[in-house]
Design a protein around this ligand. Structure first.
Ligand SMILES: *[C@@H]1O[C@H](CO)[C@@H](O)[C@H](O)[C@H]1NC(C)=O
Ligand SMILES: *[C@@H]1O[C@H](CO)[C@@H](O)[C@H](O)[C@H]1NC(C)=O
Ligand SMILES: *[C@@H]1O[C@H](CO)[C@@H](O)[C@H](O)[C@H]1NC(C)=O
Ligand SMILES: *[C@@H]1O[C@H](CO)[C@@H](O)[C@H](O)[C@H]1NC(C)=O
Length: 689
C-alpha cells in the first residue's frame, strides 16, 4: 500500500540524506497527534506502510512508552513502561537502556564472527574470538612462558634457585599481579603524567565467603592436576595456597574498603631504602627490560607503605613462607589471571560475553574499527558524522552553560570567581575515541592458531605499552589525552564520565555508536534535535556539570586541586541552592547529591540549549518539547543491576532519577499539564545554575 503524506520540515541541509532511502516512513503521528493541530507542508514523501518499522527509532520510542500511565504521576513508568530487552539481549547483560545498547553491540559482533567464513582472508579478531570460543586451552603454555624467566620449584624441584622477584616481574609483564598489585595510573598530583601505583592484591577470586574460598581452592587444585600432580598432593597444596593467600589478606587493615589513602608519589630510590627486602629496584629493572627506561630509581611510585612493610615482615619471618607454596602460588597467578578454564562449562552466551570482553581489552582498536563498520557501515564519513554531531552538541552545551554562568547570582559581586568558573568551562575538552591512530606495538604481530599463545602475546604487548606510557612521561609532561583515550576506546563501554583531573568529558565508543546518537532516518529535523538533545545532550550535560559540583569546584581549569579558589561567599550561595538536593524526596541524599546535581542541572543545560536552538530557528511547535523529555527519561528505562558495582551507590534508582529530575522542571509540568499536587510536581524545585 502506498500513500502520500504532506509534511512540513524545517529547512535543513540534511533533508537530502533522508530521501536517499527512497521510501520514507514518518513520523511520531500517534502520540503527537494527541497534541492537536498538524501544521505540516512543504515536503512530499512517499510512504510504504510495509516499510521496516523496526528501523524507525521514533516508533521504538513510542513502543517503549506506556501511555496508560499518567505522565504526571510517574513519568518513568509513562516513558518506559513497555520497555523490555528481548531474551538474547538479556543474555548479553541487558537490564536497562544502556546495558541494552551494549548488548546490541555485543550481538552485532557475535553475529559477525559467526558469519566470518574460514576461507576468507585471516582476520585477527575472528581468529582470536574463534579460538577463545573453542575453549581448547592448556595450562602448560602459561607455565612454560614463565619458565623462560626463572625456575619454579614445583616444576624443577630445585627450591634453592627460586627467585620470587624475577617471578613477580615476569608475571606482571603478562599483566598478572602477584604479591602486590602494580597499576599504571595518572599521577593524582599531576594528571598529565602516568605513574606506578603499588597496592595490595585484590583477592577477588579468593572472595570472602566460605563458598568462594572453597571454589577457589577447587579451581587451584584443578590447575595443579592439569600440571600432573597426583590428586592427594594437589589437594594438600591447593589448601596451602589458599592459606597463604589468606595470610596475605590479613596484612590489610580491616576497613580497607573505606580507607584508600592516597600518598604522595615518591621516587623508587626512596621506596627501595624504606623496603630493602622487597628488592623493588630489581623488580622494576626486570619489569622494564627492553624499554628505554633510563633512570629507574627516579620512577615515581604511589605506594601503600603499610601493606608493603607488613609484607616485607611476613617474607622475612623465618619459616613463615614455604618456598614451594610461595612459588606455586605465584606460578598459578598467570593462568588464574587469564581465567583459564573458568568458562569451559558455562552456557554459550556466557562464553561469548567472556571472549568479547577479552577482545575489547586486548585488541580494543581493531574491535572498535569493526564495531564502527558494523553499526555505521563502511563509509568512514558516517563515523565522522557521528563525531561531528557529538562535538557540536558538546559545544552548544558549553555555550549554554556559559550563558547560565553569566546570568547566575551565585557570583553576585564576585566577578573573579565567575571568571574562574567560565575559564574552567571554556577549557573543558571532549575526549572521543581515536579509532584510527595506531598504538605503539599493539597487536603488531600476526596471531597464531593457538589461543593461549595469542593471549600471552597480546597481554604482553598491552602491559609493555602501559609501562611505556610511564617511561615516556618520566621526564617530560605527557599529553593527558593518552590514558583517557585508552578508556574511551573500549567499544563495549556505554558510560560517559567527567575526568576531574583533566577537566575533560570522555565519551566512549560504545556511546558514540549508540542508537541515541544515530540519526533517525524517518523523522523531521526538529524531532531529531529534540531526541538527540534529550538523550545524548542530557548525558553530556550531566558530565559537564560535574565540573562545578561539590567536588568539581575544588579543581581548577587545568584539573589541578585548588582548594580555596572559591571565596566563602560564592560557596555559601552555591550551597544554599544545592541544599535543595538534600530534600526528603532524595533517598540517600548526602551520598547521591553530586549525581543528583549533575542529573538535574545537566538536563537543564540540555533543555536550555535545545530551547535556544528552537528559538533561533523560529520553531514554536510544542511537540519537540515532549519528545525531549521522553528521550531523556528513556535513557533510564529498566533498573540498575541487582549486584551493584563500585560507585553505583552514588546514584539513585533509575525511576527516582527520572522523576526527581523532571519535578525540578516547571517547563515539563507545563507541557504535560501536570497540576500542582500531582506526584511529579513537588513543592520544592531545585536549581543551582
Ligand atoms: C532481539 O533483538 C535484536 C535487536 O537488537 C535482534 O537482532 C535479535 O534477533 C532479537 N532476539 C530475539 C531472541 O528476539
Ligand atoms: C628432581 O630432582 C631429581 C634429583 O635431583 C632429578 O633427578 C629430577 O630429574 C628432578 N626433576 C625435575 C622435574 O627436574
Ligand atoms: C558571558 O559574558 C562575557 C562577559 O560579558 C561575554 O564576553 C561572553 O560572550 C558571555 N558568554 C555568553 C555565552 O553569552
Ligand atoms: C541507600 O544506600 C545504601 C548503602 O549504599 C543502600 O544499601 C540502599 O539501598 C540505598 N537506598 C536507596 C533507597 O537507594
Amino acid at each position: 500500500m502506498k500513500m502520500k503524506l504532506k509534511l512540513k520540515l524545517p529547512r535543513s541541509n540534511c533533508t537530502g540524506t533522508w530521501l536517499l532511502g527512497g521510501l520514507l516512513l514518518l513520523l511520531g503521528l500517534h502520540w503527537h497527534s494527541a497534541l492537536g493541530k498538524e501544521e505540516h507542508e512543504v515536503l512530499l514523501l512517499e510512504m510504504d506502510s510495509d516499510a521496516d518499522a523496526d528501523a524507525d527509532c521514533q516508533q521504538q520510542m513510542k513502543d517503549d512508552m506506556d501511555t496508560t500511565e499518567s505522565a504526571c504521576e510517574n513519568f518513568h513508568e509513562y516513558a518506559c513502561g513497555n520497555w523490555h530487552p528481548n531474551s538474547s539481549q538479556r543474555a548479553f547483560g541487558a537490564h536497562d537502556m544502556r546495558s541494552q545498547w551494549a548488548a546490541v553491540h555485543k550481538q552485532r559482533l557475535v553475529r559477525h564472527f559467526s558469519q566470518v567464513s574460514s576461507s576468507a582472508e585471516p582476520d585477527q579478531l575472528a581468529t582470536f574470538y574463534g579460538n577463545c570460543m573453542s575453549g581448547q586451552q592448556s595450562v602448560r603454555v602459561y607455565t612454560e612462558a614463565l619458565e623462560r624467566r626463572t625456575y619454579w620449584p614445583l616444576l624443577s624441584n630445585d627450591s634453592a634457585t627460586f627467585d620470587w622477584v624475577a617471578a613477580s616481574a615476569g608475571l606482571r609483564r603478562f599483566g598478572a599481579q602477584g604479591l602486590w598489585r602494580l597499576k599504571v595510573q595518572p599521577n593524582w598530583q599531576a594528571a598529565d603524567q602516568s605513574i606506578f601505583y603499588l597496592l595490595p592484591p585484590s583477592f577477588e577470586m579468593l572472595g570472602s565467603s566460605p563458598i568462594s574460598e572453597f571454589l577457589y581452592q577447587r579451581y587451584l587444585k584443578s590447575l595443579l592436576l592439569e600440571l600432573g600432580l597426583r590428586v592427594r598432593r594437589a589437594s594438600a597444596l591447593a589448601a596451602q595456597l589458599v592459606d597463604f593467600e589468606q595470610s596475605l589478606r590479613q596484612l590489610l587493615p580491616l576497613d580497607v574498603e573505606q580507607t584508600l589513602v592516597l600518598r604522595e608519589p615518591q621516587s623508587l630510590g626512596q621506596l627501595e631504602q624504606q623496603l630493602p627486602q622487597l628488592q623493588l629496584r630489581r623488580y622494576f629493572d626486570l619489569l622494564l627490560q627492553g624499554l628505554p627506561s633510563g633512570a629507574t630509581e627516579k620512577l615515581l611510585v604511589v605506594a601503600d607503605l603499610e601493606y608493603l612493610s607488613r609484607l616485607q615482615r611476613l617474607l622475612q619471618r623465618p619459616h613463615s613462607v614455604d618456598p614451594l607454596v610461595l612459588s606455586t602460588w605465584l606460578l598459578l597467578k598467570l593462568p588464574a589471571h587469564v581465567e583459564l578454564h573458568q568458562y569451559d562449562e558455562d552456557p554459550l552466551k556466557v562464553r561469548q560475553r567472556h571472549c568479547l570482553e577479552r577482545l575489547s581489552i586486548l585488541m580494543p582498536r581493531q574491535l572498535s574499527q569493526l564495531l564502527v563498520r558494523l553499526s555505521l557501515g563502511e563509509d568512514p564519513a558516517a563515523y565522522e558524522g557521528q563525531v561531528v554531531r557529538a562535538q557540536r552538541l558538546f559545544s552548544r552545551l558549553q555555550a549554554q552553560f556559559e550563558r547560565q554562568l553569566n546570568e547566575t547570582d551565585v557570583f553576585e559581586a564576585d566577578p573573579s570567581t565567575q571568571t574562574l568558573a567560565i575559564q574552567k568551562l571554556r577549557n573543558m575538552r571532549l575526549i572521543l575515541p581515536q579509532i584510527e591512530a595506531e598504538a605503539p606495538g599493539a597487536g603488531a604481530q600476526p596471531l597464531s592458531g593457538n589461543y593461549d599463545e595469542n593471549l600471552l602475546q597480546l597481554s604482553q604487548s598491552r602491559a609493555l605499552a602501559e609501562f611505556r606510557l610511564v617511561v615516556d612521561c618520566q621526564e617530560k609532561s605527557c599529553d593527558g589525552a593518552q590514558p583517557a583515550d585508552r578508556n574511551s576506546l573500549n567499544p563495549l563501554s556505554v558510560n560517559a564520565y567527567y575526568r576531574l583531573k583533566q577537566n575533560a568529558v570522555v565519551l566512549p565508543l560504545g556511546l558514540l555508536t549508540a542508537p541515541s546518537l544515530e540519526r533517525c532516518r524517518w523523522i523531521n529535523a526538529m524531532d531529531q534535535t529534540a531526541r538527540l538533545s534529550g538523550s545524548m545532550g542530557s548525558i553530556l550535560g550531566h558530565e559537564m556539570v560535574h565540573a562545578l559540583d561539590y567536588d568539581g569546584i575544588n579543581y581548577d581549569a587545568s584539573g589541578q586541586l585548588s582548594n580555596g579558589q572559591w571565596p566563602p561567599r560564592a560557596i555559601i550561595r552555591f550551597g544554599l541552592r544545592a541544599a535543595c538536593y538534600l530534600g526528603s524526596r532524595y533517598s540517600n541524599a548526602t551520598l547521591t547529591i553530586n549525581e543528583n546535581i549533575a542529573d538535574s542541572e545537566g538536563l537543564r543545560l540540555a533543555f536550555e540549549a535545545y530551547r535556544h536552538q528552537r528559538t533561533h530557528r523560529g520553531v514554536t511547535d510544542p511537540r519537540g518539547l515532549k519528545t525531549f523529555f521522553v528521550a531523556f527519561a528513556q535513557n533510564w528505562c529498566g533498573s540498575a543491576p541487582s549486584s551493584r558495582g563500585a560507585g553505583a551507590g552514588q546514584h539513585a534508582a533509575h525511576s527516582e532519577r527520572v522523576n526527581n529530575v523532571l519535578g525540578n522542571f516547571p517547563e515539563f509540568l507545563e507541557i504535560f499539564q501536570c497540576k500542582a499536587g500531582s506526584q511529579m510536581s513537588p513543592p520544592d524545585k531545585c536549581r543551582i545554575w
